[in-house]
Write a protein that binds this ligand. Structure first.
Ligand SMILES: *Cc1c(COP(=O)(O)O)cnc(C)c1O
Length: 223
C-alpha cells in the first residue's frame, strides 16, 4: 500500500530536467496514498473512473489538479465538468460536443486532449486521422467554444517489441507536429508514456507522462 518515495524522487528529478509533467495515476488506490504523494509536492493526479474520481475530489485537497485519463462516456461528463483540470481521452466529436455543453453550464472552458489510436491492438480507444481533423475543425471554426484542445494523447501497444513502441510514439509525435503546422492548432501537450514505456515516449517528444504502478505499486482490480 505504501507509495514508492524513492521512485518518485528519482522520477521527478529525471522529468524536471526534461520539462516533462508527471501525472500520477492513482486509479484503484486509496486517498491516503494520494495524500502521501501530495505531501511530497505532487499536484497532478490521474483517474480512470468517474465515480471514483468524484469521491476522491470531494475527500482530498482542493488544489489537486485532476486529470481524467480513462474512457469517458458522454452521459457521465456532467459529474466531472465542474472541477476536472484536463480530460486526456477525448475520442469522438460527440464526446467533445458534450464536454462543450457541460463546460458552458458551469461557465468554464475545459482543457482536453484528443486521443489518437496508435497501437496495433484493436481494443484501445482513439480517433483516426479523419476524426482528428473533424474535431480540430469544429474548434477552429468556432462551433465549440467551451473546450480548448491542448494537444494529443495516445497509448502504445502493450508489447516487448520496443521498436514497435518507438514507432507508435514517433507516429503520434508527427501527427502532433502536423496538427500545429497544417491545422493551425496551438497544441502544447503531448501526453504519452506510462510506467513501462515512458522513457521511450520522452525520447519521441512526450511532455506529459501518466505513471501509476511505478509510484503506487501494482494494482489489484476488484471491479
Ligand atoms: C492506468 C493507466 C496509466 C498508468 O499505467 P501504469 O502502467 O500503472 O503506469 C496510464 N495511462 C492510462 C490511460 C491508464 O489507463
Amino acid at each position: 500500500m505504501a507509495i514508492n518515495t524513492a521512485a518518485y524522487e528519482q522520477l521527478i528529478k529525471e522529468l524536471s530536467e526534461k520539462k516533462v509533467t508527471l501525472v500520477a495515476v492513482s486509479k484503484t488506490k486509496p486517498a491516503e496514498d494520494i495524500l502521501a504523494l501530495y505531501k511530497l509536492g505532487q499536484r497532478d493526479f490521474g483517474e480512470n473512473y468517474v465515480q471514483e474520481l468524484t469521491d476522491k475530489e470531494t475527500a482530498l485537497p482542493k488544489d489537486i489538479r485532476w486529470h481524467f485519463i480513462g474512457h469517458l462516456q458522454s452521459n457521465k461528463v456532467k459529474y466531472i465538468a465542474p472541477f476536472v483540470h484536463l480530460i486526456h481521452g477525448v475520442d469522438s466529436l460527440k464526446l467533445l460536443q458534450e464536454i462543450n455543453k457541460q463546460a458552458a453550464k458551469y461557465d468554464r472552458v475545459i482543457d482536453c486532449l484528443l486521443q489518437v489510436h496508435i497501437a496495433e491492438e484493436e481494443t484501445k480507444f482513439g480517433m483516426n486521422e479523419t476524426e482528428l481533423n473533424e474535431a480540430i475543425s469544429a474548434c477552429v471554426t468556432g462551433q465549440i467554444n467551451n473546450v480548448r484542445i491542448k494537444g494529443l494523447m495516445g497509448m502504445a501497444s502493450f508489447t516487448d517489441n520496443t521498436q514497435q513502441v518507438r514507432k507508435e510514439f514517433a507516429h503520434l509525435r508527427s501527427l502532433f507536429d502536423e496538427c500545429n503546422a497544417a491545422m493551425h492548432a496551438d497544441f502544447q501537450i503531448l501526453s504519452m508514456g506510462m510506467s513501462g514505456d515512458y522513457v521511450m515516449a520522452i525520447e519521441k517528444g512526450s511532455n506529459m507522462v501518466r505513471i501509476g504502478s511505478l509510484l503506487f505499486g501494482a494494482r489489484t482490480y476488484t471491479k
